[in-house]
Design a protein around this ligand. Structure first.
Ligand code: UD1
Length: 343
């Protein structure tokens, strides 16, 4: 079966995608510099699927290393590019780190593969829409000025990919615009491993529930939403991982309508922060200590995706509900507490 390069394959979404690729019969090969992930993830993947993925540790900003990797691996037919810096707040403090990491790695990969027939899947984000005027937001909604250097790297990367696809017809490219990925694999052996204090809602919830944090603050209850807290489209990470397999298949089967395409990857449903807290409590039976606080700077009020294009063209739909998102996120946090394999 085809060999697929997965950059950032030991990270949160990357590791779940490696598992889904293996289960679909592909041979994923990982490049990761371990700057925000742990090598122990490889043995966790092996415990789930029975196969340890091939792994290379280096920084994709190193052009020579990328070029020699590509030369030494002529049988790679697909590339899923997760490796990137992704903390919104940090990107405001250290914009050059973000522009360097996210652009150099992308350009090095695109250059190194530009004479090959490659199916390329890129991790984009619903952050490109900003606050949409019309909901659910479709792929044709205007891209709005980014709120952060991180968001800007996603927008400009989409332009780089579109221009590359235009110039090099041997490239087939799909950018997936993720909504909010949460949850963990049903085995509870892989999941999100935030370094330091989590910035995202669900890891903060599970760390509060397990006692690592005293309480969680709901950032704002005065938004124009049914209960006043902000609304997002939360998507189970395993469903999200499967969307990457569907994207690779679409390109392999030559079903793409153009050699650069964009798809929303969400459930199509919006849930508020307070609804997420309630869903966590009812799915796990664990009570959460929470308080209402001020809005977080840079947050948008509400966004959820129109996912009809993914359903009709990619043949992909989310299947796991909010209860499973919360239950699996919690099982992973409990697993880390009881038998953390990464320390
Ligand atoms: C954030 C990024 C987005 C990125 C995504 C990746 C910002 C502004 N946006 O999305 O660009 O693609 O992560 O995962 O950072 N919340 C609380 N209390 C908390 C934490 C979060 O109330 O302790 C609320 C937030 O205000 C928001 C919702 O929970 O309304 C989801 O927050 P988060 O998980 O950080 O995701 P986004 O901000 O949507």
């Amino acid at each position: 079966m085809s060999k697929i390069l997965v950059t950032g394959g030991t990270g949160y979404i990357g590791s779940h995608t490696v598992v889904e690729l293996q289960e679909a019969g592909y041979t994923p090969v990982i490049i990761d510099d371990l700057s925000n992930s742990n090598k122990g993830v490889l043995t966790q993947i092996e415990a789930i699927t029975g196969t340890i993925p091939e792994f290379y540790e280096f920084d994709l900003c190193d052009e020579q290393k990328v070029v020699s990797f590509v030369e030494n691996n002529p049988d790679i037919t697909g590339l899923i590019h997760f490796a990137a810096s992704k903390a919104v707040g940090e990107s405001v403090e250290e914009p050059l780190k973000y522009y360097r990491n996210n652009f150099f790695s992308l350009i090095n990969l695109l250059n190194a593969f530009k004479n090959r027939n490659i199916n390329f899947v890129f991790s984009s984000s619903c952050t490109v829409y900003g606050q949409p005027t019309k909901l659910p937001v479709t792929e044709s909604a205007p891209v709005q000025k980014a709120e952060s250097p991180y968001g800007n790297t996603k927008q400009v990367a989409e332009e780089i990919l579109s221009d590359t696809a235009n110039a090099f017809k041997n490239y087939q490219i799909i950018a997936l615009r993720y909504f909010n990925p949460v949850g963990a694999h049903k085995s509870a052996m892989i999941g999100e491993l935030p370094i330091g204090v989590p910035q995202n809602l669900v890891p903060f919830i599970t760390q509060t529930a397990i006692g690592k944090r005293a309480k969680i603050t709901v950032f704002g209850d005065d938004y124009d939403t049914p209960d006043g807290s902000a609304v997002r489209d939360y998507i189970h990470v395993v469903d999200l991982a499967k969307a990457h397999v569907a994207a690779i298949k679409r390109m392999e089967e030559k079903k793409s309508k153009a050699n650069y395409e964009v798809f929303n990857i969400g459930t199509g449903n919006g849930f508020s922060v307070l609804e997420i807290i309630k869903a966590f409590e009812t799915s796990t039976g664990v009570k959460l200590n929470y308080e209402i606080g001020p809005r977080r700077a840079g947050d948008i009020e509400k966004v959820w995706g129109d996912v009809s294009k993914s359903a009709s063209e990619l043949g992909w739909k989310a299947t796991l509900d909010l209860e499973e998102m919360m239950r699996s996120a919690w099982a992973w946090e409990v697993y880390l507490k009881e038998k953390n394999p990464f320390i």
